[in-house]
Write a protein that binds this ligand. Structure first.
Ligand code: RAM
Length: 892
């Protein structure tokens, strides 16, 4: 018994002493977990420190070790630093196509050292173009069928490591020895192909072996060959192309490369489609069984054409590819009044159906896609010219599951044609696809409608973050609209970790920015759009907000010249410091009446909006110049900024503080961007409130919507912001929910209260822009904000509202999980916060006085693990370090 007790005691003490040490986890290289094909020569490393056993944990020092093939290439030694999110590799020069394994340990503020972390790795890409032995191959075929390429190869010795480097003109799927090498979809993704074509790298060691092997790659049209935009006038080229090489290292250290060359063979098979928008056809009778295995007989296949296409546009992928992220089962199968057989999957998604087919040889099954029912009928008018149909021609060889490989659709409903008898729910699935960015935030309240709104915001985002941030996933558009991405960016950062997703896309913005600095409305560029305020400003706003969210200033370094070019462009268009001439998009889809006899539509004149964004972008360039130490630029742009603001005040603000456009968007932008003199701000906020009360609802379009609630809250009208949030009548965020929405709509009235779809041709049920309210939900309502770039300092300041009994925001910051959760029971408040190690926080506890606040049952004065700084304007301010804290207080 005594022994047992002793044993127990020693277990307890070991657990205790282990827990009392810092722990290092979640090692990432260039923000990714164990990336393959990483292109940086000095990659950025980061990790997360935690220690649940105590509060106020700070890293004091770290040590990193990196090795390759058992040889150490970097020993950082013990470095005194609290930095854990931006350490640059500083060892021996990295070699291409090599796997590096690294680990880290840290010392905390008490000098306690952690154990070495579990090892993580990165695998370098190809640093030099000369390392590509592959040449582009083409099938010499120009019909709508997907091209198949194959080659057998013999590996003479046991393999230590094999890596596939691959890209295409079109989108590809690669198999080795009959197995798909990755779950990635739509690769190589969409970029400004002429300047930047991504290649992917995959560790294919488990796929190959000594002896005979085969690789097979299917290439379909994708973004490269499809005619894009509603006018179907743009594509990059008319020939499929493949560039690939498998780099093998044998166990004896020798190497071999199997590359695209004239030994490859090509044919067409089961898959065809005319266009990305129209959908895919699979003729199961034309399948080539076993075509990516070595024993397949390809005697009837054609030779390929080798081309001299230069390789200088190749860039490594930096961001997770598109994948299936969730699968849905049918929630309802029914026949519409006009006889269509329809399946409802319950959620509007981007993706594809997966269907189990059984039928006779030659039977044709068609699956149509739609986002919405109109009066109970399957509705496709809003797809415009996109056919969005999958066609399967059956082989009659028993039942099998099929799905499109290279097409995706925006849909919640499918219409099924060509299947006899009852539709069996077990035969149908819907697979949602999205760029596989890590989930990082959650937002939840006591109101199920607001939770539905949060879900719709999240799905609107997932459905539209399909390799690039698109406006919508369903109609003949699906383009990378800058304005939409700009207004939604902050909300995006709260829901998913989008740092690499935007690193990739912003590189395309910079790559295809016009020579005169003008920023197009869509990237990659498919056509010249209007050059517009709020759209072009994606070039300045996204890099700056990216830095604020993630703290990685390389985004600003990379984009800095693009940012300057954009404001220089605007400056070149100004007269007397006013940016007036331009046909911009204004406050796109703001609230208006179709028959506006008395002028109640909420029109904000476009030159006003332009001047707001001109000044704001200048402001961001000034801040960036300051940060990057570009003193001359700073002086130059500061002067321009001052002139732009003065011109704004002279032109658009009356002496009494009314704005020339007396609209919600006008006051919101002027206040959000700090354009009014101090003494006019409170008055402007009052006018904004009066305007909201006059209408009784929101009237903002894309540009005012992200900020209106923030501005109201900042100026003391959180109650009005909540009124807007909770309004259920059209136009409002909750109206679509009352109509059954599962995503965010393009227009406040995409569907009318009578159940009819808005008669306009531009009416999507999956545009995320209005979902930009999400940022306010996290940062103001729940009160979780960054107080320094990358959440190194955190501010928790919730705005309570008695419509709710609880609200909670959680966010995986670069330093770990932070959260703010409040409950309200009459006047009694509980505020629970969680602050990650290596950060500090200022927490504003809603309270009637500092005296009524307790933390975990203790009066603030008795807490030695935080500092209380007294009460002001409804809040008691406390400063604290990492840990979980529970504050209680009362509002009266
Ligand atoms: C529409 C797009 C997008 C918007 C532009 C101006 O075609 O759907 O949402 O940014 O126009």
């Amino acid at each position: 018994m005594k022994r047992l007790l002793l044993l127990l005691l020693s277990c307890v003490t070991t657990v205790w002493s282990v827990a009392a040490q810092p722990v290092v986890s979640q090692l990432r290289c260039e923000h990714l977990t164990d990336p393959v094909g990483m292109g940086e020569r000095r990659p950025m490393l980061s990790w997360i420190v935690s220690d649940a056993s105590r509060r106020g944990v700070m890293q004091q020092a770290y040590e990193v070790r990196v090795e390759t093939n058992g040889r150490t290439v970097w020993k950082s030694g013990k470095v005194e630093s609290s930095e854990s999110a931006g350490i640059f590799y500083d060892g021996e020069p990295l070699v291409s196509n090599m796997r590096y394994v690294w680990k880290v340990r840290v010392w905390d503020d008490r000098g306690k050292v952690s154990a070495w972390s579990r090892p993580a790795s990165w695998h370098t890409g190809l640093f030099e173009k000369a390392e590509w032995q592959a040449r582009w191959i083409e099938p010499q075929q120009s019909d709508d069928r997907a091209a198949m390429f194959r080659r057998t190869f013999r590996l003479s010795k046991p393999v230590a490591e094999a890596t596939l480097y691959i890209t295409a003109h079109g989108i590809y799927e690669a198999d080795i020895n009959g197995r798909r090498v990755s779950e990635d979809l739509l690769t190589p993704g969409w970029t400004a192909y002429k300047k930047r074509l991504q290649y992917q790298a995959y560790d294919v060691t488990p796929f190959v072996a000594k002896g005979d092997n085969a690789i097979g790659v299917t290439v379909a049209k994708g973004w490269y060959l499809s005619k894009l935009t509603w006018s179907r006038e743009f594509n990059y080229g008319d020939e499929y192309g493949l560039l690939a090489q498998i780099m093998v290292r044998y166990k004896d250290g020798t190497r071999e490369v199997i590359a695209t060359d004239d030994d490859w063979r090509t044919a067409t098979g089961a898959i065809s489609y005319g266009n990305l928008y129209d959908g895919e056809t699979i003729d199961l009778n034309l399948r080539c069984e076993g075509w990516s295995t070595a024993s397949f007989d390809d005697a009837s296949w054609k030779t390929v054409r080798l081309t001299d296409t230069p390789l200088d546009n190749l860039v490594p992928s930096v961001s997770p590819a598109v994948r299936v992220i969730e699968t849905f089962k049918p929630v309802k199968i029914f026949t519409t009044p006009s006889g269509d057989r329809v399946i409802d999957f319950g959620q509007n998604i981007s993706g594809r159906e997966r269907v189990r087919l059984h039928g006779k040889r030659g039977d044709t099954v068609r699956i149509y896609h739609s986002e919405i029912l109109e009066k109970g009928e399957f509705f496709t008018r809003n797809l415009r010219t996109a056919k969005a149909v999958s066609t399967y021609i059956l082989s009659g060889e028993g039942e099998e599951w099929v799905a499109p490989h290279f097409a995706f659709y925006g849909f919640r409903y499918i219409k099924v044609e060509g299947i006899d008898g009852e539709l069996n729910p077990d035969d149908f699935r819907a697979e949602a696809i999205s760029s596989a960015t890590p989930a990082c935030g959650t937002f939840e309240t006591s109101d199920s409608l607001i939770n539905r709104l949060q879900s719709n915001i999240k799905w609107g985002m997932l459905d539209n973050f399909v390799d690039i941030p698109t406006d919508c996933p369903q109609r003949d558009e699906r383009l990378g609209w800058t304005g939409d991405a700009q207004v939604f960016f902050r909300t995006a950062t709260f829901n998913r970790d989008v740092q690499t997703f935007f690193t990739k896309w912003m590189a395309d913005v910079a790559a295809e920015q016009y020579d005169n600095g003008a920023v197009n409305g869509v990237y990659p560029v498919t056509h010249r759009t209007r050059i517009s305020a709020g759209w072009g400003d994606a070039a300045t706003i996204i890099p700056w907000q990216h830095y604020m969210a993630y703290g990685d200033r390389r985004m600003l370094e990379r984009q800095y010249s693009s940012m300057k070019k954009w404001v220089d462009y605007i400056t070149s268009k100004t007269e007397n410091d006013l940016w007036r001439k331009e046909s911009s998009y204004g406050d796109w889809v703001f609230f208006s009446y179709s028959d506006d006899l008395d002028g109640r539509s909420a029109v904000t004149i476009r030159p006003f909006i332009q001047q707001c964004f001109y000044a704001h972008s200048l402001d961001l360039v000034v801040r960036t110049a300051q940060l990057l130490g570009a003193a001359e630029d700073e002086t130059k742009y500061k002067a321009l900024y001052k002139r732009a603001v003065d011109a704004f005040r002279n032109e658009y603000v009356t002496p009494n503080g009314m704005l020339v456009s007396d609209t919600q968007t006008a006051y919101t932008l002027a206040l959000m961007f700090d354009l009014l003199p101090e003494e006019q701000r409170a008055g402007a906020a009052k006018r904004l409130v009066e305007n909201v009360n006059r209408y009784g609802h929101i009237t903002t379009g894309f540009l005012g919507t992200p900020y209106i609630c923030e501005v109201l809250t900042r100026f003391g009208y959180a109650d009005v912001a909540y009124k807007l949030l909770l309004n259920k009548k059209i136009p409002s965020w909750l109206y679509p929910i009352s109509m059954g929405a599962t995503t965010i709509w393009e227009r406040w009235n995409s569907m009318l209260p009578n159940g009819m779809v808005n008669s306009n041709s531009m009416v999507s049920f999956n545009h995320y822009a209005y979902g930009a309210i999400g940022d306010w939900l996290y940062r103001w309502a729940a009160g979780l904000q960054e107080a320094a770039p990358g959440f190194r300092k955190i501010r928790v300041k919730p705005y309570l509202n008695d419509h709710f009994t609880s609200m909670k925001a959680e966010e995986r910051t670069p330093y770990g999980l932070a959260s703010s959760a409040w409950t309200l029971d009459g006047d009694a408040v509980t505020l629970t916060v969680e602050i990650p190690a290596n950060t500090t926080a200022e927490v504003y506890v809603p309270s009637a006085s500092a005296e009524c606040v307790t933390e975990s049952g203790r009066a603030l004065a008795a807490c030695d693990d935080l500092t209380s700084e007294g009460w002001n304007d409804g809040y008691t301010l406390v400063r604290l370090g990492s840990g979980r804290y529970e504050f209680k207080s009362t509002l009266k």
